[in-house]
Design a protein around this ligand. Structure first.
Ligand code: SF4
Length: 65
């Protein structure tokens, strides 16, 4: 399983990751994205979101199932 992590210093709040994976990313109180664990979307969709992030703020951490 992957744990989605958002670097708060890099995220610019564009919302792309939340649009692509609404079950794995959410807004936080600072209008930036935050990862949800466990994620709802599969690894392929998480990777799609990671690659789509314009600021490369998303890290997918390996977690033992
Ligand atoms: S796609 Fe990247 S910059 Fe946009 S909200 Fe998600 S983490 Fe932040």
């Amino acid at each position: 399983m992957k744990k989605p992590i958002v670097d708060q210093n890099k995220c610019d709040g564009c919302g792309t990751c939340i649009a692509l994976c609404p079950g794995s990313f959410k807004w936080n109180e600072r209008a930036k994205a935050a990862g949800i664990f466990p994620p709802v979307e599969d690894n392929d969709m998480l990777e799609t979101a990671r690659l789509a992030c314009p600021t490369e703020a998303i890290v997918l951490e390996d977690v033992k199932d």
